[in-house]
Ligand binder design. Structure first.
Ligand code: ADP
Ligand code: MG
Length: 393
């Protein structure tokens, strides 16, 4: 049994304690890490996330009176009591409940026959570590409602609804990767997602079977410049695409990069965005190269591509930070096959690919480097490519 299956009875018991009745079922959706393909999603590019064994569980039962009650073992403040016909975007003090309430709102906006419900959540996805606890919460909710009200929605559609909840209801301008990963990943695979076409493919990534480990190092820092810097990078990429006459930077092929950079260099108002373009174009190419290695059964060969991706995010896209750089430096010095920051940057987590036999030593080296630098001790865990959202009971 997986940890998620072990947690299901606990979640059902907690539901009974909160609502005094049996849940109809328990649904799970995982957190994710992105193996490679960073800051490519808003450039119509490629991403390659995998689902974590860490999940958010939703125990749920339908209601017939249009009331939505939400409760989380991971949040203070008791039961949040709402009426589904009164849900409005960007509720001022809704807090965490805006994520699941937004899913109900987005479903109703789409004309789906969703009613009220009681929901209780338990989660093992670290929040705010760049591992997408928000998408896990949304997708667990979407799948539960899909089953409770027999909506019969496809996984991609559930992901779109969850993204709309976060964009339009909560007010976070995230791409489609996190929700797609939570909805569509499968065990033993990474998920290749084309964020323009919204097509995806399972890419074999059986780490235990290959004698490899993927460590996630949560630096436990979140630097304040993150939000503004994200908007700035995004705007810079859009400016570059306009100047180059393409719909998005995805449309610049690696072979066209030197020419594209030369054109930007010649125009004073966009000369500054050259490094952004270089990152996005080379990063999309690295995603393709990583997939080629994995398809060919050569997972160790992705190590240098991961490390090159980090250098590009650090030097060209300028979204790393000293803590993330130190993870990569210490891990590769201690024998890791490759390492990179994952997620938006300015803190959050890094991924480290190691031989199974080296995992403990590399983890210890990172922890020691943090202590020597006077940083807060990082949190380390293993990312085993796991299942996407599913019903547990
Ligand atoms: P990330 O998605 O990277 O973990 P976000 O800031 O996008 O970080 O989302 C974190 C927020 O999602 C939390 O602050 C909380 O509001 C909400 N959240 C996620 N999981 C839960 C949960 N199990 N219970 C309550 N709220 C949750
Ligand atoms: Mg999130």
């Amino acid at each position: 049994m997986t940890d998620t299956e072990h947690a299901a009875p606990r979640t059902a018991v907690a539901f009974r304690e909160v609502y005094g009745a049996e849940p109809t079922g328990v649904w799970a959706a995982p957190g994710r890490v992105n193996l490679i393909g960073e800051h490519t999603d808003y450039n119509d590019g490629f991403v390659l996330p995998l689902a974590l064994p860490h999940t958010t569980l939703a125990a749920a039962a339908p209601r017939t009176d249009g009331v939505l009650r939400l409760h989380s073992g991971g949040a203070d403040g008791g039961v949040v009591d709402l009426r589904i016909d009164e849900l409005r975007p960007a509720p001022p003090q809704a807090g965490w409940a805006a994520y699941p309430a937004g899913v109900v709102w987005a479903m109703r906006e789409a004309g789906l026959p969703v009613g009220g419900a009681d929901l209780h959540y338990e989660s093992t996805v670290p929040t705010g570590a760049g591992l997408s606890s928000s998408a896990a919460l949304e997708v667990a909710t979407a799948l539960a409602l899909d089953d409770l009200f027999a909506l019969g929605l496809e996984r991609q559609r559930l992901a779109r609804i969850a993204q709309r909840a976060e964009n339009a209801f909560v007010g976070v301008p995230c791409g489609i990767m996190d929700q797609t990963a939570a909805a569509c990943c499968t065990e033993g695979h990474a998920l290749f997602l084309d964020t323009r076409e919204l097509t995806h493919r399972q890419v074999p990534f059986d780490l235990p079977g290959e004698g490899l480990r993927l460590l996630v190092v949560d630096t436990r820092v979140k630097h304040a410049l993150g939000d503004g810097a994200y908007a700035e990078r995004r705007a810079g990429c859009e400016r570059a695409a306009r100047a180059l006459g393409v719909r998005a930077l995805r449309d610049v092929a690696p072979a066209q990069l030197p020419d594209a950079l030369a054109r930007l260099a010649g125009a004073p108002d966009v000369a500054d965005v050259q490094p952004l373009v270089r990152h996005v174009v080379t990063e999309n190419h690295r995603v393709a190269e990583v997939i080629a290695c994995l398809d060919a059964g050569r997972p160790r060969a992705i190590g240098p591509l991961l490390t090159a991706g980090h250098a590009s995010l650090r030097d060209d896209f300028a979204v790393s930070c000293p803590e993330l750089d130190l993870v990569v430096e210490a891990a590769t010095a201690a024998g890791a096959l490759g390492a990179r920051m994952t997620g938006g940057g300015f803190g959050g987590s890094a991924v480290v690919l190691v031989e199974e036999a080296d995992a403990v030593a590399v983890g210890a080296a990172v922890t020691e480097a943090f202590a020597a630098a006077g940083y807060t001790a990082p949190r380390l865990f293993e990312a085993v490519p796991s299942a996407g959202a599913h019903r547990i009971r």
